[in-house]
Ligand binder design. Structure first.
Ligand code: SAH
Length: 341
């Protein structure tokens, strides 16, 4: 089966060339508004024909958790019954959708719930477009855009699903679709160096975020298996290439884990690693996922940030939203799968 949201409007016109040309726009609008076949006014025989080969709505809402702070966490069901997560964050400067790029993940980071059962499969570009459409429709008028920012910080490693993510970026920024500004998209990667170089050449003006989480390769290897493949220095060189090419400030994410990456030496090393780079450090408090790794206190995290600032590093503590609703990557999906089995 093919998914209709995998196509741009131009491609849809080609796919549906045997029908009157306005039908392609009608289907395209249905995709953007997260409608299924029974919600659109097209002839029954056309629907029957399309249904044989194409899925119109590949994703639906399975469960929603509402946080006290207004954050909504969605568990979404794909047409093959796989589950993915997505978060809608309402913020005064515009709403943000945090979405997944894969079902599961194979990067194996020790603190992350998404990777516990490995990678199940990649999301296609269309499934990612339909995710946005579905969340958009659930948060206001479905004919309007109800969000301004998208962050690829849900489950999955975006650069491990490179071609689909790039295609999705073309679709999501397309004027005939959601027309999201590249500047309002952030992509977070655990640091697949070769892909960072490849991506730099495509000249997207998006914000690249790097999950650094350690200041030495030895430390990093203990919590992130990808550190066995690429060194921190290689990541820094790739980041330089990205910001030289795209003139964009890169964000380093640094999740504080008690006794692992929170020493004074870590502060000094983080300051020297980021020196001279066009970057910002986003310090995050670990959201414990039941494993042995522990969070530091919020007070400690603030002092960590302030020490970085004293050393001239642009750094802030990321405000965590939705902590009461399994806010971190993969936690809700993992819990639901556990409960179902
Ligand atoms: N694979 C991508 C995107 C994943 S998640 C990446 O590694 O960047 C987005 C961010 O959430 C990453 O920085 C990730 O390291 C972080 N994260 C994952 N689990 C977390 C947890 N339990 N607490 C805090 N941050 C977490």
């Amino acid at each position: 089966m093919k998914v209709l949201s995998d196509y741009s409007l131009k491609e849809l016109r080609e796919v549906l060339r045997e029908y009157p040309s306005f039908r392609a726009k009608q289907i395209f609008d249905a995709i953007m508004q997260a409608k299924d076949y029974d919600e659109i006014a097209i002839p029954k025989n056309m629907i029957a024909q399309l249904k044989k080969d194409y899925i119109l709505k590949p994703i639906e809402i399975y469960k929603i958790l509402h946080s006290k702070d207004g954050t909504k966490k969605y568990l979404l069901k794909l047409y093959d019954d796989n589950l993915v997560e997505c978060v809608f964050l309402s913020q005064h400067y515009g709403n943000t959708i945090c979405m997944s790029t894969q079902v599961g993940c194979r990067m194996g980071c020790k603190f992350c719930a998404s990777t516990a059962n490995g990678l199940i499969r990649n999301l296609t570009a269309g499934e990612m477009i339909s995710t946005i459409a579905l969340i958009n429709a659930d948060n206001g008028k479905r004919t309007e855009r109800n969000f301004s920012n998208i962050v690829l910080m849900g489950s999955g490693e975006p650069f491990d699903n490179f071609d689909n993510v790039v295609k999705w970026l073309h679709l999501i920024t397309d004027e005939s679709g959601f027309n999201v500004s590249e500047r309002n998209v952030s992509l977070s990667t655990c640091g697949l160096v070769d892909k960072i170089y490849e991506f730099s050449k495509l000249k997207f003006n998006i914000t690249l975020c790097i999950s650094l989480h350690a200041t030495t390769d030895e430390e990093r290897k203990k919590i992130m298996p990808i550190a066995n493949r690429y060194s921190i220095n290689e990541i820094i060189d790739a980041v330089k290439a990205y910001s030289d090419e795209n003139k964009r400030r890169v964000v380093f994410e640094y999740c504080l884990i008690k006794g692992v990456n929170d020493s004074k030496q870590d502060i000094d090393r983080l300051a020297s690693l980021t020196k001279g780079l066009l970057c910002h450090v986003n310090v995050i408090c670990l959201n414990p996922n039941g494993g042995p790794l522990q969070a530091t206190t919020k007070k400690f995290a603030y002092s960590f940030v302030s020490e970085l600032n004293k050393r001239g590093v642009s750094a802030t503590l990321r405000r965590s939203q939705g902590e009461d609703i399994e806010g971190a990557c993969g936690m809700l999906r993992a819990k639901t799968i556990r409960e179902k089995s």
